[in-house]
Design a protein. Structure first.
Length: 226
């Protein structure tokens, strides 16, 4: 069964509520948290990856968090997911009903990259994103930027100029090369991208942080070298 088929037929079991994440008298006052099945640490679920077990015993990544079934949460870091596979953590927590294959970590990284590109495409279509040095520069000067995306193969000169314009609240990311960014934005080249504040930017931030845990392409604050 392929991944799409597994996602359509994951086993519906217990509710995905983690009692370890709640604090007495504080329900609803904090961001949702879950317990990592590897580290046993309680973390904001936006910094984690949800998995579910399919009827055939395969572990399926659920990046959107909307597949039915019991959620199995792992911190969004390559090393921790690798450890989950090595220690058979998924098998243990499902009492032998499921097993993660050796390629799961790479598959999650690929899915996160695809999710990021899909979200960038939606942001472009909805007007929440501008691309190109001049447009990004204008958006920065107008204070209309939540974060910058800079192609990892862009020149240091152009990236440095925009970084100096960015204020202290503007995050700067460099997750992918231009050849990956450009098709998602309907452009031949995509070096400089600015995302405006709003819900779309918040969703993109979650994906960027998760992807960084698998690729090492982390955040650089404004004014820092990318």
């Amino acid at each position: 069964m392929d991944l799409a088929g597994r996602q359509d037929s994951v086993m519906a079991s217990s509710d995905d509520i983690d009692p370890m994440a709640a604090e007495d008298g504080l329900a609803g006052t904090k961001a949702p948290e879950r317990t990592c099945i590897v580290t046993r640490q309680i973390r904001d679920k936006e910094r984690m990856i949800r998995f579910v077990a399919a009827p055939d015993g395969a572990i399926v990544p659920d990046l959107k968090g909307d597949l039915p079934g019991r959620g199995l949460w792992v911190t969004a870091e390559r090393a921790i997911l690798d450890e989950a596979i090595r220690r058979h953590a998924f098998t243990k927590v499902t009492k032998g009903k499921a097993k993660a294959d050796a390629g799961l970590t790479d598959r999650v990284a690929e899915l996160l990259e695809k999710q990021l590109l899909d979200q960038l495409g939606l942001a472009k279509k909805s007007g929440h994103l501008v691309a190109g040095f001049d447009k990004v520069e204008a958006a920065l000067r107008a204070g209309q930027v939540k974060f910058l995306l800079e192609a990892s193969d862009g020149t240091a000169d152009g990236r440095g100029k925009l970084a100096r314009l960015a204020g202290p609240g503007v995050e700067i990311w460099s997750p992918l090369p231009s050849e990956a960014l450009a098709p998602a934005l309907g452009r031949q080249h995509a070096i400089h991208v600015a995302v405006k504040p709003g819900g779309m930017a918040e969703r993109l931030s979650v994906t960027l942080r998760r992807l960084a845990g698998f690729t090492g392409a982390g955040i650089a604050q404004s004014g820092q070298k990318l």
